[in-house]
Design a protein around this ligand. Structure first.
Ligand SMILES: Cc1ncc(COP(=O)(O)O)c(C=O)c1O
Length: 407
């Protein structure tokens, strides 16, 4: 079930460079992942051999570009067990979720309705719903997070009991705690109560196998740039749901016909792809899907669980380090922590001197940090190219932080 990490690392040209004379130890893939040669090659090949605008030209190059763009959509569909006409190319997860908050939200939320999110949401799956609730005088309610960093699922049914909840939006994996949420249960409970369900899969799609049919939600969004691709995002929606939604952006490509004073819309998914899309990037996402599929999504997850387990064991020996979130087997490849002796920004700067890249701050999850009584954390996040030597470099650099900053 495993793959050769040293071979994988060689696939990523960035690991040939050094930072401050040190080996690059990249532990910020939850923010954005590095790109392997086959993905870079796909991008270069499109721009040097088959680039033209899609869906428009009646000439060979345009037809080739269109065919490749649509083949990539089919690959993404297979990757999550969906149909190609349910895959909408957007800019990123954030845009996919905003599309829903405007398109679905404006048409379906009324004063007095309830929108349910969780306390562990990234701002991308919180602020669009918060603003929709404010615009519509609707209520925003939260599924709480336990001290262990898990969703308190027992709190969901009471939020649905009076029939006012129209939407439940939930992350599949937390970008801070690493927690993999019981998303199938969340979706089942929400749908039984008649609520529409939205899944933020930004931290899940790169790391664990996704089957939208098994999850059973109405919508799911993720970002290509976190899964080895250039920046293009995906919004998946059940076909009948996408059919029922009004468009979000208006203009070229999303129309079937335009008269002077009204228009009719193209079929889904094109109805939601106004204007020229990120053509080469979307094609390269297809190459990223091929790359990850060849490694095996189950093998990727297993690899990350092992790395997180090893990291948590090593960090347990540094008493100044405090980790947020559940045990290794209940999380993806994310370890956020704070230290008694150092601000996360100082931690990140000292680690940078050692070639170790981690993120410091609230990671776009301020309410979650408030829930745990901290303003900021440092976050190490892992991907296919990380190994135990990277964890050892992290741990050694953190010991240096203690040495330098502990009074
Ligand atoms: C859980 C989660 N949701 C949404 C996003 C937003 O992704 P993007 O910036 O690609 O839109 C992120 C990004 O870190 C994330 O971790």
């Amino acid at each position: 079930m495993s793959f050769d990490v040293s071979q994988v690392k060689r696939d990523f040209p960035i690991f040939q460079r050094e930072i401050h004379g040190k080996r690059l130890v990249f532990l910020d893939s939850a923010a954005s992942a590095q790109k392997p040669q086959p993905v870079i090659d796909a991008l270069v090949r499109v721009y040097s051999q088959s680039y033209a605008n899609v869906h428009r030209g009646i000439y060979t190059l345009a037809e080739e570009a269109t065919a490749e763009y649509e083949q990539a959509r089919e690959k993404v569909a297979r990757f999550i067990n969906a149909s190609a006409n349910e895959i909408v190319n957007v800019r990123n997860t954030t845009e996919g979720l905003n599309l829903l908050a405007y398109s679905w939200g404006e048409a379906n939320i009324e004063a007095g309705d309830r929108i349910v999110v969780t306390e562990m949401e990234h701002h991308a799956n919180l602020v669009p719903w918060q603003q929709l609730a404010l615009r519509k005088h609707a209520e925003l309610a939260f599924i709480p997070v336990t001290d262990e960093g898990e969703l308190d699922l027992a709190a969901l049914p009471p939020l649905l009991a009076d029939g006012k909840a129209k939407l439940v939006a939930c992350t599949m994996a937390s970008n801070v705690l690493g927690t993999i949420t019981p998303i199938k249960d969340v979706v089942r409970i929400a749908r039984e109560a008649g609520a529409v369900t939205v899944v933020d899969a930004a931290q899940a799609a790169p790391h664990i196998a996704i089957d939208v049919k098994e999850i059973g939600a109405d919508f799911l969004a993720f970002s290509g740039h976190k899964m080895c691709s250039p920046n293009v995002g995906i919004l998946w929606g059940r076909h009948e749901m996408l059919e029922s939604l009004p468009p979000f952006l208006f203009g070229g490509d999303m129309i079937r016909s335009v008269r002077k004073y009204d228009s009719c819309w193209n079929d889904v998914p094109y109805k939601f792809e106004a204007g020229t899309p990120s053509i080469a990037e979307a094609i390269a996402l297809g190459a990223a899907v091929d790359y990850l599929t060849a490694l095996g999504m189950d093998a990727i997850h297993e690899h990350e669980v092992q790395l997180v387990q090893y990291t948590m064991e090593q960090l347990a020996d540094i008493p100044e380090v405090h980790i947020l979130g559940p045990s290794a087997e209940r999380r993806g490849g994310v370890v956020s922590f704070w230290m008694d002796c150092a601000h996360p920004h100082d931690i990140a700067s000292i680690l940078d001197e050692e070639g170790v890249c981690v993120r410091a701050g609230h990671h776009c999850a301020q309410p979650l940090h408030t829930r745990f009584g901290v303003q900021a954390t440092a976050r190490a996040s892992f991907y296919v190219y990380n190994d135990e030597a990277d964890v050892d470099a992290l741990v050694a650099a953190l010991r240096r932080v203690v040495k330098l900053l502990k009074r």
